[in-house]
Each structure stands twice: as C-alpha cells, then as structure tokens.
Write a protein that binds this ligand. Structure first.
Ligand code: GTP
Ligand code: MG
Length: 617
C-alpha cells in the first residue's frame, strides 16, 4: 500500500478533491466543517475495483496550520499538488513544494481544480504558471489534470492516472524494522487507546510487542486496522490504526513513535543538511531550529561542523534536540526557524551520537549555570546573575544567552529573566500533564486558563503567565484566546454537542445568508441538558466556526461567502452602498446593517459617508 498526499494553497480545493475521489470528507472536525477550512490532517481511503488501494493524507493549506501539514508530509509518496485554476500558484503552493522537496515523494501529479470557474485562456495561464513553479524541482515532470469537483469534469481521468502512478511506485522497505510515527491518538470506548500513522517501513502484526517512545515502554499490539478493516498484518506504506492496551491517551501525543525495539532514542543526530537558498542569510554556526521528524516537531539547535552553508549544497552538521527521539538511518527531516517560523532547509539523518559533542563549559559559564540551578524556579535577571557569578552584567547576560542557545537555560521576556532548564523542564512537563488531562476530560474546550493552571500547580499566576508565553513561543504548548493547550490539541465537540449546534445554528437553503438569533441559541444552550454546551459554544466562537454579529450568530462559512460577495461587488463596481451590499447577499436591511458594521469594525471595509470600500492591506 502507498500513501497519497495533498498539498497546495488554502482554499484551492484539496479536501473537495479528496471527497470527489473517495467519497470521504477528510475534514473531520465540526470546526472545520463550520468554517469550511482544513485545520488538521484528514484521512481517506482510495480503492479501485482491481484491488489497488491507497491512503490519502489531506493537509491544511493555511499557513497558520503549517505545523500540521508537516506532521503528515513525511509519509507521502504520491503527491497531488493542487492549484486552483482561478487563483494560480500562491505562497503555500511554493512553500509546500519546498518542504516536500526534502521528504519522500516519489511521484507528483498536478491537479488544477475549479476548472468550471475559468475559461480556456485563464486555464492556459495557470498551466504556464505551474510549469514555471515546478521547473527544477522534484515535481518537474509531473503531468497536470484540470478537474472540477462541481461538474465532475476530469475526475475519472485523474482517478485513472493516480491508479497508474500507484502501481508504478516502488514498495517500501519491508525487511527494515517497523517504524510508525504517530499522528493521531484517541480512545475508543471499549477498546482503549488507538494510535494511527503511516507505517514508514517494515511490517506490523497483531500480537507483536513493540516499543513506544518517548515513553520508553513496551506494548503489545492487541489489534490492527487499515481504514476500519481488521488486519492481522500491515506492511510499509499503509495507514495503520493500532490498538495499544495499557497506555493512557493522555500520556501519548502526535510525534511519538511505535517501532521495533531496534531503535534507541537519541538527542543528538549527525545530519546531512541542505539549506534553502533563500534562507542561508538566517543560518549561524549554531542555529536554533524547529525540527520536523516523522510526525514530531522538536526544538533544537543545528550546529554546523564548519561555517554555516553559503548556498544550497549539502553540508555536514549535528542536530541537538531538546528531547530525545527515535529516528531511522537516512530519515528525512525539515527545519524551520524558531520565530518567525521560516523554512530553513532539510536533509537526512546519519549516525546517532551517544555522547553530546558540546564543549566543556568554561568556569564563567559554569558559575552562571550554578547560580541558575540553585535558584530553581525563581527566575533571575542578568544583574542578579552577575552578582551571583561575580561578573559584569553584560558578560552575565552574554553567557546566559549561550546557555539558552545550548538548551541549558530558558529565557522569559518583559523583563528578560533567566531560568535553569532543568527546573523549567520539570514545570513544563507538569503543565503539559495538566493540560493533557484536562483535554481528555473536556475535549470540547479550547484549553485551560492560566488561573486554573496556577491553582492546580500551586504556582504564582503572574510568573506562570510569562512562563507559559515562553513555552508557547517555543512551541511546547499552544495558546489562543486566553487558553493554553497541548500543541496538537484540536477542540473536539462530542457527537451530542455537534448535533446540537448543527441544529441550533442551521442554514435555511432558501435563505443561505440568514443567521440565527443569538438569544435563541443561548436559550437553547440553557435549556438543553447536554454537558459542556456553553463551553463548546465559546470554543466555536473563539475559533471562528461561529461568528457573533450584533444579536445574531452566523456560521463561519456564511461569513466567508458573504465577505467574498462583498469583495466581488466592490472590485467589480467600486464602493458599495448598504442597498447594493444587501442585494449582493440577498438579505434584508435588518441583517445587512449589522454585518456591514461588523466588517467595518473588523477592518475588512472602510466607511466613507454612505459608501464602503475595502481596506487596503
Ligand atoms: N466551483 C468550484 N468550487 C470548488 C471546486 N473545488 C472546491 N471548490 C470550493 O472551494 C472551496 C474550498 O475547497 P476546499 O476543498 O475546502 O479547499 P482546501 O484546499 O481543502 O482548503 P484548506 O484545506 O483550508 O487549505 C469550497 O467552498 C469548495 O466548495 C471546484 O472544482 N469548483
Ligand atoms: Mg482542506
């Protein structure tokens, strides 16, 4: 079996294409459905009458969710590079191409979607643009198919081409030790914990005993499934769901690895690294990086043997990771800068290093490290460090910076203070555990507030807020709308909650842009006895799945479409009056007025007398 992956810019029709090919909607979350946008990886099963089959991994196109795209990218062998005919090549088309260039794609098919929206001339322009974008890349010789999921045009030809490409793919290394990077963890009632991922190599059998890292625990495979069908064995290239009894969901996260015990975790890896030509200016001899290995994102430092590369030629380097992980020899990886998260390059792993290669600390460094260690969780300023280590303040700050770069200290901001990494790591781990447990208890919540965390951990809240900010910046946890969560946490409503909101905020097909009254939704939330409804409502609003406008509630997908029509109207005929806006979306003044004011307030439009224009970005 093989894995097909999608890639391409946001809204270019990747998920619609997967649905047209397989009948499965890869957007699993209600938040995705209400918003009409993919946030996390989606999965579907492609089958042909002659028995050829493949798993499809559908990725989000929005740059904010690039970390999720990266978690699914390593397993892809056949790439469907999706470009909308009416928009052509956009930033994430190119970014996804650049990322996949470092990974394991063997073959690419270009899919030009939304064929129904353009004439032949515009299609030819898009074709030419794509040809330019893939020239000189791994996708250079890809064939292009123009399709429409709306009319069905081109879908059968594409299906046939995918079939032929699948048959031509070389098999995965079956005699290699099994290696399954975990991209999803969930509990199935009556069965316990299930982990899923793309089996990169080797084979798995029901009854096997395997190692789960970073837990370092041996687990027995109780049962195996491939897209809902039980199997006694699965081989490389399959999307496998593995039932691992005796492991709690809260202990496991995306990025863990299930493998033959042939691999040992290592925190330092020898690598062959190739820089993106555009990124060489950002590289230092020691460059802090976010490393993407398998389904994991791990912070670390890339240390070049000699000077940092000056071009795209491969060089030797060592990758020091904040936490140990298992890799197989020759495993492909990608790195991004820590902040802003620019793609820097990628490469393949070589030997694992048993002992760290860091130089021994000089006495001054040791004095600063000692001062931090004895202060525990009380952060120190450069001035306090200077006094404790008998140094000038600038020198203390410089050495503390070195410790931060080495991963031996943590820096908090506003004001700048330093913490011992061991004490900080312990607190980070405790925070992570609390977050994971609460997410398991109430998965519909965006996360946990700093106040609740401070109470539970017995830590001073103002300190915790700054500590959490640093954790969030490093990618150890996620932070949004005042809630903290584990990085892969995606709030998930229960089936009951989901049904409730689909009913409470329904769309009338005859009047697709009419909202629901907020009062009605709130009253229904109050009188319905489903647990966690009001928290679930907050989650949907905070994530944009639902949008409050005046006294009304819209689905995010309604707002997106209304905005598109508004922008179209302005582009076509210039500034709009309230009446023209109302006509463009076919509702009444009652709804048009608050909507228009909401667009003014959120910076989409600018008011000038009775007219609205679009705010220039
Ligand atoms: N007219 C037309 N619209 C399409 C076609 N394919 C997709 N769309 C529409 O384009 C919008 C985006 O489609 P999606 O499939 O969600 O796009 P996506 O690439 O998965 O988006 P992200 O996952 O958020 O990056 C939806 O409103 C689709 O209905 C097509 O062939 N023709
Ligand atoms: Mg999508």
């Amino acid at each position: 079996m093989h894995v097909i992956g999608t890639a391409g810019h946001v809204d270019h029709g990747k998920s619609a294409l997967v649905r047209a090919l397989t009948g499965t909607d890869p957007d699993r979350w209600i938040e995705e459905k209400l918003r009409g946008m993919t946030l996390d990886l989606g999965f579907a099963h492609l089958r042909y009458d002659d028995g050829v089959e493949a798993g499809i991994v559908d990725v989000p196109g929005h740059e904010r969710f690039l970390h999720n795209m990266l978690a699914g990218a390593a397993g892809m062998e056949l790439l469907l590079l999706v470009v909308a005919a009416n928009e052509g090549v956009r930033p994430q088309t190119l970014e996804h191409l650049a990322i996949l260039d470092f990974l394991n794609v063997r073959r690419t098919i270009v899919v030009i979607t939304k064929r129904d929206l353009v004439d032949d001339e515009a299609l030819a322009t898009t074709r030419a643009e794509i040809a330019g974008a893939i020239r000189g890349t791994f996708a250079a010789d890809a064939r292009a198919f123009a399709v429409s999921t709306l009319t069905g045009e081109g879908i059968e030809e594409l299906r046939a081409a995918i079939h032929d490409a699948l048959v031509a793919l070389p098999p995965r290394a079956e005699s290699a030790p099994a290696f399954l990077p975990i991209d999803r963890v969930f509990a199935l009632s009556g069965h316990g914990t299930i982990v899923t991922g793309t089996l990169m190599q080797g084979a798995l059998h029901a009854g096997d005993t395997l190692r789960l890292d970073p837990l370092g625990r041996d687990v027995r495979v109780r049962s195996l499934q491939v897209f809902g069908a039980s199997r006694n064995a699965v081989t490389g290239g399959a999307r496998a769901a593995v039932n691992v009894p005796g492991v709690d969901v809260a202990e496991l996260h995306r990025g863990a690895v299930l493998h033959d015990a042939a691999f040992a975790p290592a925190a330092s890896l020898r690598v062959r690294f190739r820089a993106l030509a555009d990124a060489v200016a950002l590289l230092r001899r020691r460059t802090p990086v976010r490393t993407y290995l398998g389904a994991a994102e791990i912070l670390g430092t890339l240390v070049f043997d000699a000077q940092p590369p000056i071009d795209g030629e491969p060089v030797e380097a060592t990758l020091h990771l904040r936490r140990a992980t298992v890799v197989y020899a020759g495993e492909a990886f990608v790195v991004r800068a820590v902040s802003p998260k620019v793609l820097l390059g990628g490469g393949t792993t070589g030997a694992l290093l048993a002992a760290p290669t860091e130089e021994m600390p000089a006495p001054e460094v040791a004095a600063v490290a000692q001062a931090l260690a004895s202060s525990g969780l009380r952060p120190l300023s450069a001035a306090e460090l200077a006094a404790a280590a008998n140094l000038r303040e600038e020198r203390a700050a410089e050495l503390a910076g070195t410790l931060v770069a080495n991963g031996a200290a943590r820096r908090l901001h506003k004001p700048v203070l330093y913490l011992d990494a061991t004490a900080a790591d312990t607190l980070s781990r405790r925070i992570f555990e609390v977050l994971a447990r609460r997410e398991a208890e109430a998965p519909w919540m965006l996360g946990t507030t700093s106040l609740a965390l401070a109470r539970e951990l017995g830590v001073d809240e103002p300190f915790l807020v700054r500590f959490l900010a640093a954790d969030a910046e490093d990618g150890r946890i996620g932070a949004r709308a005042g809630y903290y969560a584990t990085p892969a946490h995606q709030p998930r409503l229960t089936a009951e909650q989901q049904e409730f909101f689909e009913r409470a905020v329904a769309i009338d097909p005859a009047q697709p842009f009419v909202p629901s009254a907020l009062d009605d939704v709130v009253a229904a939330v109050r009188t319905t006895r489903i647990a966690g409804l009001s928290q679930a409502f907050d989650t949907l609003v905070a994530t944009g799945a639902l949008v409050k406008v005046g006294g009304d509630v819209y689905r995010g997908s309604q707002i997106t479409e209304i905005r598109r029509r508004l922008e179209d109207a302005v582009r076509r005929n210039g500034p709009v009056t309230m009446a023209r806006f109302r006509d463009a979306i076919g509702t009444t003044r009652k709804y048009a007025v608050p909507l228009m004011e909401w667009f003014d307030a959120t910076g989409v439009t600018v008011r000038d007398g009775d007219l609205r224009t679009l705010r220039q970005r």
